[in-house]
Ligand binder design. Structure first.
Ligand code: SF4
Length: 372
């Protein structure tokens, strides 16, 4: 992952600030300026940066994109490009860091980024949160591993909670940090309401999980973390299973393990790989044809459903999934990463299908089976 990649470059932008409040009303723009916000005021295809008082024209594409974010959105601009935005949509992402204390063998980020990558400076994080509108529909907090920034993550969560920034949250974490009771206690003190933590669990066998995470002892930490988080009763937990050649055969046993040990989890997401970064480098170890992956997923899904645990399938095109399971296939791939094969143009279910990841398409494109 990285900054939310948006294909919008504001060609005429020549402002000197990097975070702005977006406004389509002069009256509201004046209020934002009084409240000490740099403001990006849009009227008649013209942008005016205030209080800098710099104006430039917007193309139709730029204008439509800004309109889609809505009044009061926060936009972060980096070299004319909208690097991140926070508005009244459900796809807002607060990116914390590239770094992670695991190094999953099928991670779409490459190992050097995990080790030495960028962490968003704290003063920028604080400004982004201050500029975010209140009560956004949803905010995802992600990395890397967000807890790699240690105590600062508690401060970020507290700012989000005190500012009533979103109506629901998803935090993606490898969960290892929650094996510490002290961290769990601090987290429970500051966590906003309606908060879901998504944690990957690769297998029910410690050795297999640790081989995939490439972090010795991570199975024990992650499973203790899930248990501790559930015990706080302050958040919901979803378990994420990324299916690879290394764990496919264990899926039914993992499903039984989850039913037995974590019956109170919110849901399980069974996910196809994004073949970039580590996943691409290790493709001979991790790649599994999707038909074969689904054969292993099906009994696991049945076990979870029979035990009243919600399941969803992420990142699998419909033609690799048996029809009775289509209703749990989510449109899970971020819009700018979705690919369809040429053959998909004849498929009558293309609108219902979530497509495949750019990167994974080179493995799947020749085996799609258009539904006619
Ligand atoms: S043929 Fe293409 S559009 Fe149709 S289900 Fe398969 S991947 Fe999706």
């Amino acid at each position: 992952m990285g900054y939310k990649q948006l294909a919008i470059i504001l060609q005429g932008f020549n402002g000197s600030n990097y975070i702005y409040k977006l406004s389509f009303s002069k009256e509201l723009a004046d209020q934002y300026i009084s409240a000490d916000f740099n403001t990006f005021y849009v009227a008649d295809s013209q942008a005016t940066l205030l209080p800098e008082n710099i104006s430039f024209s917007l193309s139709e594409e730029e204008l439509n994109y800004l309109i889609s974010l809505g009044e009061n959105a926060c936009i972060e601009i980096n070299n004319k490009k909208i690097a991140s935005s926070f508005g009244m949509t459900n796809d807002n992402t607060l990116y914390i860091t590239d770094k992670c204390n695991s190094n999953c063998i099928m991670c779409p980020m490459a190992e050097p980024a995990r080790r030495d990558g960028h962490t968003v400076p704290f003063e920028i994080q604080d400004e982004l949160i201050r500029y975010m509108p209140c009560r956004m529909e949803h905010l995802t907090i992600t990395g890397g591993e967000p807890f790699i920034i240690k105590e600062k993550i508690f401060d970020i969560l507290k700012q989000l909670k005190d500012g009533n920034k979103a109506q629901s949250y998803l935090l993606l974490s490898n969960g290892r940090v929650f094996s510490s009771h002290e961290y769990c206690r601090k987290f429970a003190e500051v966590v906003p309401e309606d908060f879901l933590v998504g944690i990957p669990l690769h297998a029910h066998v410690a050795e297999v999980h640790d081989t995939i995470s490439q972090a010795k002892g991570s199975f024990l930490q992650t499973t203790a973390g899930i248990k501790n988080l559930l015990a706080t009763k302050m958040v919901s937990v979803e378990i994420r299973i990324v299916v690879s050649k290394l764990n496919a055969e264990y899926l039914p046993s993992l499903a039984k393990y989850i039913c037995k040990n974590f019956p109170n989890i919110d849901s399980v997401k069974i996910m196809g790989m994004e073949m970039l970064g580590n996943a691409l480098v290790n493709s001979d170890k991790v790649w599994i044809p999707y038909e074969e992956a689904f054969e292993n997923m099906r009994p696991a899904i049945d076990i979870l459903v029979e035990n009243a645990i919600d399941v969803a399938i992420y990142n699998f095109p419909l033609c690799f999934v048996d029809r009775p399971y289509w209703n749990i296939c989510a449109h899970s791939i971020t819009e700018h990463k979705i690919k369809y094969a040429d053959a998909c143009s004849t498929c009558k279910e293309k609108n219902a299908c979530g497509g495949m990841f750019t990167g994974t398409d080179r493995y799947l494109a020749n085996s799609v089976k258009p539904i006619l």
